[in-house]
Design a protein around this ligand. Structure first.
Ligand SMILES: [Zn+2]
Ligand SMILES: [Zn+2]
Length: 325
């Protein structure tokens, strides 16, 4: 199955945890946390549609200035999602600079503050010196915080001695085109297949599509083509959890959104020998991260955010994650 999301751990497992996700076939990307990001090319940063900040500790937030520097002349707005207090933190960053030369710039930054029962959305534009222009509150009855035709993002609030968001990125469903059926019907692959998939995702099943066939071009309804060519599978599910206490409440929240995930990015900050320190500072040990991964039935675990004190003992961290419970 060809994936729709291409995630990469920008700084590897040792340094600031940043997961950059390319949404394939769209010139768009998402970013989970935004610490040090010099490993990303400018063209990659320019495609970032939304940034999801777990919490505003510096190692998760310092890169927002760098993103802003790169995208300042961009047309596409930037969405920033974060926990309680994120609106003031983002505005404080924006207001640290002088904006007397940006009146003609198109860039808009939309801040989404995720509270237990509410999302507070604040809009701000470069042309207005990033002064908050409007603020609205939307009820939050489920974990969903962002949705497009290609993906949705869900968030839960975890305990890191401060509120810290955990995220899951989901594909609505995965569309597989059967090559054997293409051949059987005499269809020839081409750009029409991309358009066909987009129409399925948009739910436009009655639309006619021009299909290239060995007999020339012919028109078919999306629904007809679906019956003839398509297998639908459950979509890809990528979870991102960092900076959280080992607690039943945190595990329960993670299970609410990440059960059976395909890829789990999770912090492995300490070795279990420092589990008391980990608990006090509301971080996970590698052993605890492994236990959570098993309870979530994650198919693949990607450890990250290893404390600098263990950078010469990485093998032990990795062994601890894999150690069966
Ligand atoms: Zn951290
Ligand atoms: Zn932290």
């Amino acid at each position: 199955m060809r994936p729709s999301f291409l995630p990469k751990l920008v700084n590897g497992d040792l340094f600031d945890p940043v997961v950059y996700v390319r949404v394939l076939n769209e010139r768009k990307a998402l970013m989970f946390d935004c610490g040090h990001i010099h490993g990303l090319a400018n063209r990659e940063i320019l495609q970032v549609e939304s940034i999801f900040i777990s919490h505003p500790h510096m190692d998760h937030f310092v890169g927002l200035d760098h993103v802003l520097r790169i995208i300042l002349h961009r047309q596409m707005p930037l969405n920033v999602f974060g926990p309680e207090g994120i609106t003031d933190k983002v505005l404080a960053k924006l207001h640290a600079y002088t904006w007397n030369l940006t009146q003609t710039y198109a860039l808009e930054i939309i801040i989404h503050e995720i509270l237990p029962d509410l999302i507070v959305v604040t809009r701000t534009r470069a042309s207005n010196g990033f002064e908050p222009e409007s603020r609205e509150s939307v009820d939050r009855k489920n974990p969903l915080i962002a949705v497009s035709s290609r993906y949705s993002v869900e968030a839960v609030i975890l305990d890191h001695n401060i509120p810290c968001l955990g995220f899951v990125l989901k594909e609505p469903f995965h569309i597989n085109i059967r090559p054997d059926m293409l051949e059987l019907h005499g269809f020839v692959t081409g750009p029409w297949l991309g358009r066909f998939k987009e129409l399925i995702l948009a739910g436009k099943l009655d639309t006619l599509v021009n299909v290239k066939t060995v007999m020339g071009e012919r028109k078919f309804r999306v629904s007809e083509l679906m019956d003839a060519l398509v297998l639908i599978n459950a979509g890809q599910k990528i979870a991102y959890f960092t900076d959280l206490r080992y607690s039943p409440a945190n595990l329960e929240s993670m299970q609410e959104i990440a059960d059976g995930c395909d890829i789990l990015f999770i912090e492995t900050f300490y070795l279990h020998e420092l589990k008391d320190d980990a608990f006090a500072r509301a971080h996970l040990t590698a052993y605890q991260a492994g236990e959570f991964a098993r309870k979530l039935k994650a198919r693949q675990i990607i450890p990250m955010h290893i404390s600098p004190r263990y950078h010469h003992r990485v093998e032990e961290i990795l062994n601890e994650v894999r150690r069966p419970g």
